[in-house]
Design a protein around this ligand. Sequence first.
Ligand SMILES: C[S@@+](CC[C@H](N)C(=O)[O-])C[C@H]1O[C@@H](n2cnc3c(N)ncnc32)[C@H](O)[C@@H]1O
Length: 239
Amino acid sequence: MADGGGAAASEKVTELSGSGVEKGLPRRGKASSGRTLNTAQIPLVASHPEVYEPCDDSFALVDALLSDKAQLLTLKPRLCMEVGCGSGYVITSLAIMLRQLASGTQYLATDINKHAAETTQATLEAHGVHADVIVTDIVSGLEKRLAGMVDVVVINPPYVPTPEEEIGCKGIASSWAGGLNGRQVINRILPAVREILSERGWLYMVALEDNDPLDICHLMSEMGHSEYNNLFRPDWFKA
Ligand SMILES: C[S@@+](CC[C@H](N)C(=O)[O-])C[C@H]1O[C@@H](n2cnc3c(N)ncnc32)[C@H](O)[C@@H]1O
């Protein structure tokens, strides 16, 4: 919810167990049942050597959305947004899940990597859904236009603990490099999300235990988002 408001907004932190995720690319997960019709199809997801391909963390995020599909349809979000869209697998899946809301819902995706923006565009087109895709740092330049407007924000951020100098470096490493405790990019994302999330808005974000997801929830509470839901732990991350 926005500052000082009383309406319930929620944050859902999709927590990945650190033991299952190597530094760098987490292992690719199996498609779970129910994915086929409700999500982007992997063979139609575009790729580029400098763009993060859908991995277990992407699948966990989409599974969290899938498990909330009925509530999301009831919410009837006017604007859904993904920060750090990579291949476009997540925002495309969300648009497919909510397809029945038709033109009542708009989609926006950002990535700092221009190849990711192009790849996302290709993935969206391959599935016959639409989102505006913008190359920018988090939501830079969009804050005023989006202030309090976004009903669903989805983020699979760079969350892997790495040396600070890996942050923002060119190439695929910037997809996962999260600096100290994997929190460096996340800590910049949270206040930006606070600005754009609507009073009834929901945030879905992937986090590792190393990222201290409860602290993330507390920070969002301090920023005026008073309610958060249970952490989602996908079974396939257990050893
Ligand atoms: C872990 S990947 C996730 C990609 C995709 N969302 C998925 O789940 O498969 C993180 C993405 O965030 C992007 N990213 C990293 N830093 C960013 C920033 N400051 N602003 C916007 N996007 C960023 C990376 O380029 C990358 O595409």
